[in-house]
Design a protein around this ligand. Structure first.
Ligand SMILES: Cc1ncc(C[n+]2csc(CCO)c2C)c(N)n1
Length: 239
């Protein structure tokens, strides 16, 4: 923890790098979003952060289900082992950033759980799940912006202006900037590149569209937390 990884993030020259370049404006908008800036300078509000944690817990649960869809589509045991390891990482380690955010406001992790979904979180989850019923390439392309935006933004932030130790969210930044996350991202990129090489033009186009939509949803997820987005009428229960 606390080690700023040397970035594998811009290294690749394949399909992923091409999508990353195409969506560069979205990455910049993600980085500049006032919610993320609030995590960087320690000023993010209690209400917005707790909204985020509640929704993001549901998001991570859906992400694990998407890995399950990937497992079902795995062409070999090597792919299966990769999904298994990533499910373990999500279940065991990725709750850490949520714990950090809860501790910042003296809130119990269990008390931050929600059983309702805000519109944007629901839409992002639906997009990922639907991609999981297309091909493995489309699923992986839909999942890739998730690690890429967070890990890229954390590495960039920590290299430029590391979160101060009295910033209550410092552990959140350190988690996503660490070497293990960098390695995960490098693997993700390599796997998407390999799938894109095997794909025909129609599937590659669906992969590109799925990647771009997820970049949009990543920005929208910050906006959801920042505005504490709710349905007009009443909360919808999880489905
Ligand atoms: C909306 C949203 N997008 C991305 C992440 C970060 N994240 C979620 S899963 C994962 C690694 C995949 O195993 C990473 C980096 C998040 N927490 N919430």
């Amino acid at each position: 923890m606390g080690v700023v990884a040397m970035s594998s993030v811009s290294a690749s020259s394949g399909f992923s790098a091409e999508q990353r370049r195409r969506c560069d404006e979205l990455f910049e908008t993600f980085y500049a979003h006032p919610f993320l800036r609030g995590l960087a300078d320690g000023t993010a509000s209690r209400e917005s952060v707790l909204h985020y944690v509640g929704q993001d817990n549901q998001y991570l649960t859906a992400f694990i289900r998407c890995y399950g869809l990937g497992l079902a589509k795995s062409p070999d045991r090597q792919w299966m082992a990769w999904f298994r390891d990533n499910v373990t990482f999500l279940l065991a380690d990725e709750t850490h950033p949520h714990h950090v955010l809860c501790q910042a406001f003296g809130v119990d992790y269990a008390d931050a759980q929600l059983d309702t979904m805000a519109p944007t979180a629901q839409a992002y989850i639906n997009h990922m799940m639907v991609s999981g019923y297309d091909s493995l390439g489309v699923l992986m392309a839909a999942l890739l912006p998730c690690p890429w935006t967070y890990i890229w933004a954390a590495q960039r932030q920590q290299a430029k202006a590391p979160a101060a130790q009295d910033n209550p969210f410092a552990g959140w930044w350190e988690f996503y900037a660490n070497v293990e996350c960098d390695e995960l991202l490098a693997q993700f990129i390599a796997r998407v590149d390999a799938l894109a090489e095997q794909a025909g033009p129609a599937e590659r186009a669906r992969m590109a569209a799925a990647f771009e939509a997820s970049c949009e949803y990543e920005v929208a997820f910050w906006e959801m937390a920042f505005t504490q987005q709710r349905w007009q009428h009443k909360e919808l229960a999880l489905n």
